[in-house]
Design a binder for this molecule. Structure first.
Ligand SMILES: [Zn+2]
Length: 418
């Protein structure tokens, strides 16, 4: 008999509304009002950003409750499942909720499974087999794809973690413009950054989502106290229905696999790899900036996509020969979508000029491979070559990252590197 029960929930939301964290928050308040003791913080676990059938942001939720009897477990299951049935966006064909209940110890095998859902793609069959093996209780709604994330949220180890406080709107305000006092957010940022981060993005308010979901704002930070303090500094002109602090793998780079050979990288994997820039970056249609990275094992196309805005300007300053470490995920066309890069060595940039004539005037080309001639005094230089001049690079060694608006939930911001 175990005195705890884990509950994992995923895939209850749709593109147009609802949110698994909101349903979880409602459930937690109900369980509390029934006298149950919730242990620690509920967890918001982001899974592989490339999982094909992902929900918005691909996040699953879990929490742990103290139980005194098997009756408690039965009652908790009943409450959870009723709310999932009531609040899930079941009419959306892509919404396939899954709920997992588990009474037992988190094993190394369960942790490995969770890491696989974050770094790789896990089929439903594998989840069902593991759930059966460890005796987890699985509830599938529709095709039940959500149980993949639900079980992962229970088992995910958190060697590094951050916190997010989510404030929820009154249901009558869903879809309406969010009424947040932006000045209070700027003041909060002045006081709390970098203990809370991604508050602002280039002067714009970044804590506010742009979907019709129940979230009014989300504050990301290093500790529960910090996100709570920041929350208390924010003023809103609409009522907050409820709020909750989640413990999360967001902004930890948990999705990133360090790899030493480009040739070993696979589609839908997220990596950190070292290489040499093999051509000067160029801009393609749509405003995306592309270059090739190479190492002894192979070549990789890297991209700073249009939504990464100013990050593209930095990327354009790279030149052939620069040695960099890139972080990012490989999409279905085999291109690495860069989240950040760190410059290890800058190559020397040269500018070529025609030689100067004895008379002081810069010479002109006399034609291809014909040397140079002076237009002023007529002197010719048949064997002359262009002069190479070193140009100061407009780029420094160090790390560069995409702005908060383009950052993946899992991606670790540079401010968190110490
Ligand atoms: Zn001359």
């Amino acid at each position: 008999m175990f005195n705890n029960i884990y509950v994992g929930i995923d895939d209850t939301d749709s593109q147009t509304g609802m949110c698994t964290t909101y349903i979880t928050s409602v459930i937690l308040d109900k369980l509390k009002s029934c006298g149950y003791n919730i242990k620690g913080y509920p967890r918001l676990i982001r899974l592989n950003p490339f999982a094909k059938f992902k929900t918005r942001g691909n996040g699953a939720v879990s929490f742990k409750i103290n139980i005194k009897s098997e009756n408690d477990a039965i009652n908790i299951k009943k409450i959870v499942l009723n709310y999932i049935e009531d609040l899930s966006q079941l009419q959306d064909e892509r919404t396939n909720p899954g709920v997992v209940f588990f009474q037992g110890k988190i094993s190394a095998e369960l942790e490995r499974y969770a890491m696989k859902t974050i770094r790789d793609i896990v089929p439903l069959k594998e989840t069902l087999a593991l759930a059966h093996k460890i005796g987890a209780d699985v509830y599938k709604f529709k095709n039940g794809r959500g149980i993949i994330g639900a079980l992962a949220a229970i088992g995910c180890p958190l060697p590094d973690k951050t916190y997010e406080l989510l404030a929820y709107r009154l249901p009558e305000n869903y879809g309406k413009k969010r009424m947040i006092d932006y000045d209070s957010v700027r003041l909060m940022n002045e006081k709390m950054y970098p203990q809370t981060f991604d508050n602002l993005d280039n002067g714009y308010i970044a804590i506010e989502p742009h979907t019709p979901c129940p979230i009014l704002y989300g504050i990301r930070g290093e500790s529960p106290d910090m996100v709570l303090e920041a929350h208390n500094l924010i003023k809103t002109m609409e009522k907050i229905e409820r709020y909750r602090v989640y413990e999360t793998n967001q902004h930890t780079d948990m999705h990133i696999v360090k790899i030493d050979k480009i040739a070993h990288m696979k589609k839908y994997g997220c990596y950190c790899v070292r290489g040499i820039v093999d051509d000067n970056p160029h801009t393609i249609e749509g405003g995306h900036v592309i270059f090739t990275l190479k190492d002894a094992s192979g070549k990789l196309e890297c991209a700073a996509y249009e939504p990464t805005k100013k990050f593209r300007e930095t990327t354009r300053k790279l030149i052939k020969g620069d040695e960099i470490i890139v972080y990012g995920g490989i999409g279905n066309k085999g291109t690495l979508n860069m989240e950040k890069f760190c410059i290890q060595n800058l190559s020397t940039l040269y500018r070529e000029e025609n030689p100067i004539c004895d008379c002081g005037r810069r010479m002109k080309s006399a034609g291809k491979n014909k040397g140079f001639k002076c237009l002023k005094c007529g002197q010719k230089l048949r064997e002359g070559t262009k002069i190479r001049l070193e140009v100061k690079r407009d780029l420094k060694k160090g790390c560069y990252e995409v702005p908060p608006s383009a950052r993946r939930h899992l991606s670790k911001p540079l401010v968190r590197f110490t």
